[in-house]
Design a protein around this ligand. Structure first.
Ligand SMILES: NC(=O)c1ccc[n+]([C@@H]2O[C@H](COP(=O)([O-])OP(=O)(O)OC[C@H]3O[C@@H](n4cnc5c(N)ncnc54)[C@H](O)[C@@H]3O)[C@@H](O)[C@H]2O)c1
Length: 445
């Protein structure tokens, strides 16, 4: 089970965790955006030793996505839209002919960090030297091994087998052993991929999560689900293996953009729905446009406690942990459809849209209060906008829902609610039910 610490003394907590684990080598995995935004906050911590040898996986190849069609059902991206414009690159294409598992070579994705990197060595030795066991040992500071940086590209597009391979390669070339420690500094992409890399390298090394997005703080970094996307499917490959320690410091959120903040907030609303009416009411009335960070920190604490309680009861999702999937069956289908069409939606936005769908099913099948359905629907519309699709895409969305990992024997399994906190897992729905749900999502109010 995760040791989750909510703290504004991240240095003290990190040092204590590293001392307890007592690793022989220390690695920090982050993505290039988090590196700029968050690394300066912790780069001077003595417990990270003297940073040496930056290892960058920034050139991990990303396979081009098909061009977005003109007839895309998705709203055009706008400043306030969570829908990113189609980019040249999609990580969710089938693996290319060239194996991502080839050993590091001259064309390795691991490159030295650039001169403009915030990773300056704390010693005279060059930060650009490739990581090696000897350099690691040479730069011990205050009894702590020097941390080596591993940087991958940002966003879910990098949550791929190629990035994973690059991290394994960096660990291997950096001399990692079974007694080494990986610290994941970043959002859910980094904590998922880093957690999986650590869980599989030499059959498992310890890892610590330092989540830097709201979504990672209240959800992704806690509970031990790790993994990568594969062949167009989200989190298709992975393992359950909890971090040794998770340290939450909402100070990191001050550099996070509003879209990513709202994305994480959707998971908090979900936690409100599966816990109690008071927590839900606080969340639905909290002013996201004028952030009170002190209050947000309290809400984050309450939110992560909801997840922890459930995960402790059912770590491997055989039963009650499925409560955490509220909104995710429909949400993942929206996310996958958007990705397949060359656009990306932030995970939390898809979950928020999925909550509207699944609360509708909850109301029609389990008696969830209609007044509350309307309140949540209005909140989601105002905060997250609308995911546009037409009825010609219902079959595709239904098919995507049939791939959901919670399904059994060909049935789509929803998590529904009879009321706030009154959870009904393993609720099946027919094709007609799903189509009616999608009708409500598009038209109902
Ligand atoms: N394991 C789980 O239980 C679980 C649960 C929910 C979601 N997830 C996964 O989490 C991922 C989404 O996580 P996310 O929403 O954190 O996205 P993310 O990790 O892609 O981060 C979003 C963006 O914010 C940047 N960023 C991170 N911290 C920042 C900061 N403090 N300031 C400025 N920028 C910052 C990142 O570089 C990135 O560009 C998805 O892959 C999803 O599948 C996992």
């Amino acid at each position: 089970m995760n040791n989750v610490i909510i703290s504004q003394h991240i240095e003290k907590e990190l040092q204590a965790a590293i001392q307890r684990i007592s690793p022989d080598r220390l690695f920090v995995l982050t993505d290039s955006t988090t590196l700029t935004a968050c690394w300066p906050v912790i780069s001077t911590f003595p417990c990270l030793g003297a940073v040496c040898g930056g290892l960058s996986a920034a050139s991990v190849p990303v396979v081009p996505a098909p061009p977005a069609s003109d007839s895309s059902p998705l709203e055009p991206a706008s400043a306030s839209s969570p829908l990113k414009p189609a980019s040249d690159s999609s990580p969710l294409e089938p693996a290319s002919a060239s194996s991502p598992l080839k050993p590091a070579s001259a064309s390795s994705p691991l490159e030295p960090v650039s001169a403009s990197s915030p990773l300056e060595p704390a010693s005279a030795s060059s930060p650009l030297e490739p990581a090696s066991a000897s350099s690691s040992q040479a730069l011990v500071r205050g009894g702590f091994p020097a941390a080596k940086m591993i940087t991958i590209p940002p966003t879910d597009e990098a949550k791929t087998l190629d990035s994973l391979s690059a991290v394994w390669t960096a660990l291997s070339e950096g001399g990692a052993t079974r007694h080494s420690l990986l610290i994941n500094l970043g959002g859910g992409m980094v904590t998922d991929l880093g957690g999986f890399a650590a869980s599989t390298f030499k059959r498992g090394i310890a890892y610590i999560n330092l989540p830097t997005t709201l979504l990672a703080m209240v959800d992704a970094s806690v509970g031990g689900k790790t993994g990568i996307n594969f062949r167009g499917l989200k989190n298709e490959i992975g393992v359950f293996n909890a971090a040794d320690t998770v340290i939450l410091d909402t100070h990191f959120l001050r550099t996070l953009d509003m879209q990513n903040l709202r994305s994480g907030y959707a998971e908090m609303v979900k936690h409100g729905l599966i816990s109690n009416t008071q927590h839900l009411a606080e969340l639905l009335t909290f002013d996201l446009d004028r952030l009170d960070y002190a209050r947000l920190q309290q809400l984050v604490g309450e939110s992560v406690a909801v997840k922890q309680r459930i995960v402790e009861e059912d770590p491997h999702e055989h039963g009650i942990r499925k409560a955490l999937n509220l909104g995710h069956t429909a949400g993942h289908a929206f996310e996958s459809l958007a990705m397949a069409e060359g656009r990306t939606v932030l995970h939390g936005y898809a979950v928020a849209w999925g909550l509207v769908c699944e609360l509708y099913l909850s109301a029609t099948r389990c008696g969830f209060p209609v007044q509350l359905l309307r309140q949540v629907t209005q909140f989601v519309r105002e905060t997250y906008g609308q995911f546009l699709f037409d009825c010609k895409q219902y079959d595709r969305l239904y098919e995507l829902m049939t791939h959901d990992k919670k399904n059994t024997a060909g049935h789509i399994n929803f998590t529904l609610l009879a009321d706030v906190g009154d959870i009904r897992i393993n609720q099946t729905a027919s094709r007609d039910d799903v189509f009616e749900m999608l009708d409500f999502y598009r038209e109902g109010n």
